[in-house]
Design a protein. Sequence first.
Length: 210
Amino acid sequence: MTGHTVGSQRPYRIAVFASGQGSNFQTLLDSSREGKLGAEIVLLVCNKPEAPVVERARRAGVECFLFEKKAYARREDYEAEIAQELERRSVDLIVLAGYMLLLTPVLVDAYQGRMINIHPSLLPSFPGKDAIGQAWEYGVKITGVTVHLVDGGMDTGPVIAQQAVEIAPEDTVESLEEKIHAAERDLYPQVVSWFAAGKVRIDGRRITVG
């Protein structure tokens, strides 16, 4: 399976899913504006209408699809609406950036190989919540960030790229968090640019770039 490629007639289009502050959303937006991403953010999907990321998107002129989970009987119902919004905008890649809801096959199957997530550890170590705290408590000397495909499991998708972060003796949890977030800001736009350029090749759990 090869990475999705787009003709020169239009920009590569991404949708960002986020639930909180939107720091990674802002990094992707800045990279797009600087011409480093090779892609245009055409939609923000957010399950918390009051989240700060929504204001970031609105200031940037990015369209938003906002919803609240409690308004729907099933997860599949709101995901069906999201799928319609993505299709309407011809979205090429879904980029999860602090999206705090589990995904169903409605989206996972439809965007297989075209949905990515970033996780603040070197997977498969420390999946799930509070990965930075998990690494700190375990006492590892090296942790990092992982960008992976989404396969419906909890941080189980094939790894696309990883960046190591050393935990120095003088580090605190707070300083480690800053290091991790800096690594995220460095790695995530780079991976999106690989997809936009059609460089990603997927063969089961083996992913190559070039």
